[in-house]
Design a protein around this ligand. Structure first.
Ligand code: HEC
Ligand code: HEC
Length: 464
């Protein structure tokens, strides 16, 4: 009995180990890019982040080039007739990938080459997106179709006889139910369970309880204002915290020490990012009125802006903010405490907040660009955030459309999924707020404002 249970745990453990790295190949970790003369730490950080493979490749070019063969009609026929370049663009649009601003025409911004044609997922998979068609490293990737991509990669790998048994086992781990959001927090839990406090790989004696749920990544330009990271602000900020995503099994404990210097520079780069400027006209008189209202009603939680900014880093009790609570409850007090005892938590002397009890009010810099809103990405525009009763039950974005009236994503809205949307891949193209962890409720603070005040505050938010 005990043996069988141990074996089930090992299998369960192995399955989650490969979630982020479908292949079991070794990490080559050779950075092939050349440093520029007089490179700054943040310059080096960005170069490493985008050029050095820290995890094994997910697939090779030959797999990528055949993905279209898995598509439903009429996309498949269209792709069959398209030129390789058009097909590549279609694949980018389908999976939420963007052209890299540094190396256009090659691998997507969200991937790094392993130097042998392998596509290695990098941090920008979730932390590099586009707004109005413009790619911005550090902007959350609100297009990333991680689940659909990994399913279609598996289908082609099976055809090309490249699929390992372990990748089949990993298929059960959900990656994300709505395109643009991912189950990233549970990846962290899964990978963390398979390490001791010094990050040696171990087989846990019990399978962790997973509460699968999807998150919208926060924009990186706000990291510099924070002392604590994540929606619930539990983790003190440090370069080590950024390294959790590297816990795939091929990266042994020594690897983390070796790469620590890289991540100090990656951290320096993240702290140097500035938010993009609102690209359309702003009514500055209206914005000035909005600023006054904002400072009376919002600043106590969201701080003040401009050169003399303040940021209170307030954790607001869940009962008060009343947004979806799944994320808060999905991490337990003992899991957060375990993180503190681990190598990630042993840095800089700040303590983990093991029972935060709510969510952090984030800085609102560049808020115009980082739609959708709230930690779960359930609200498509600022206007909807300010009109809680009018938030759509189901919505679907356009590829690059921007709603400069409501300030946020251009969307079609529905009271339920349109008839005929039954296939899981099709469903993921809609954000359905009735699903677990995806509630659109809460944050009713703007309710106390009159309609003209709301307009003014939204105008002000464009200036941040
Ligand atoms: C699969 C998607 C995904 C990948 C890949 C990923 N992240 Fe994240 N990241 C997230 C999500 C989602 C959150 C929000 C989690 C939360 O708040 O609970 C997050 C949060 C963060 C934060 C906290 C930001 C804040 O304002 O609190 C930092 C910093 C961060 N990630 C850095 C990284 C780095 C560095 C890498 C690469 C080594 C990386 N992430 C890879 C999805 C991802
Ligand atoms: C009592 C504290 C509090 C007050 C007052 C408050 N907020 Fe918030 N706000 C929060 C918290 C906490 C969140 C994060 C909630 C979540 O993600 O679930 C948030 C989230 C937001 C977001 C979404 C941020 C993002 O990146 O998705 C916006 C925009 C926002 N607030 C604007 C405002 C405005 C404008 C006001 C004033 C009318 C205001 N808030 C008043 C606590 C507050």
């Amino acid at each position: 009995m005990a043996v069988r249970r141990a074996r089930a745990n090992i299998l369960g453990g192995l399955a989650v180990l490969v979630v982020l790295a479908f292949a079991s190949a070794e990490v080559t970790a050779a950075d092939t890019s050349t440093p520029s003369a007089g490179e700054t730490p943040q310059g080096r950080g960005y170069r490493l982040l985008t050029n050095k493979p820290y995890v094994p490749p997910d697939f090779d070019q030959e797999v990528f080039d055949e993905l279209w063969k898995t598509w439903e009609e009429p996309s498949r026929s269209k792709a069959a007739k398209a030129t390789p370049e058009e097909r590549r663009r279609m694949a980018f649009a389908r999976y939420g990938l963007t052209e890299s601003p540094d190396r256009p025409g090659s691998m997507a911004m969200q991937y790094t080459s392993d130097g042998r044609g392998g596509w290695v997922l990098n941090c920008l998979a979730c932390h590099g997106g586009k707004v109005l068609g413009r790619a911005i490293p550090g902007l959350p990737n609100s297009h990333f179709a991680m689940q659909t991509l990994s399913e279609e990669v598996r289908a082609i790998k099976l055809k090309q006889r490249k699929l390992s048994a372990i990748e089949v086992a990993a298929a059960a781990f959900p990656l994300g139910n709505s395109n643009g959001t991912t189950n990233a927090v549970m990846f962290g839990v899964a990978l963390g369970y398979l390490r001791d406090e010094d990050l040696n790989v171990r087989i846990p004696d019990k399978r962790p309880d997973f509460v699968h749920h999807d998150m919208d990544a926060p924009p990186w330009w706000n990291v510099k204002k924070k002392k604590y990271l994540y929606a619930d602000g539990f983790s003190p900020k440090s370069h080590r915290a950024l390294m959790q995503f590297l816990m795939v099994p091929v990266n042994g404990a020594a690897q983390f020490r070796e790469w620590e210097a890289d991540f100090k520079d990656i951290y320096a780069w993240i702290e140097s990012i500035e938010p993009p400027k609102y690209p359309f006209a702003i009514d500055h008189d209206l914005a000035a009125e909005g600023q006054k209202v904002f400072e009376q009603t919002c600043s106590r939680c969201h701080g003040t802006y401009g050169r003399e900014w303040t940021y209170p880093a307030k954790i607001v009790p869940i009962e008060e903010v009343a947004t979806d609570r799944v994320r808060l409850d999905a991490l337990t007090v003992s899991q957060r405490a375990g993180y503190e005892r681990s190598w990630f938590g042993q840095y800089g002397g700040e303590h983990v907040v093991d029972d935060p009890g709510g969510y952090v009010a984030p800085p609102l810099d560049g808020i115009w660009a980082s739609a959708p809103y709230l930690h779960n990405g359930s609200v498509p525009t600022l206007w909807h955030l300010f009109h809680a009763g009018r938030r759509p039950v189901v919505w679907q974005r356009t590829e690059d459309g921007y709603d400069s009236d409501k300030v946020g994503l251009e969307v079609a809205t529905f009271d339920e999924l349109p008839a005929g949307v039954t296939d899981a891949k099709q469903k993921r193209r809609y954000f359905d707020t009735r699903l677990f962890g995806k509630s659109r409720g809460g944050h009713l603070f703007p309710d106390e404002l009159s309609e003209p005040e709301k307009r003014a505050v939204i105008e002000y938010l464009k200036t941040l």
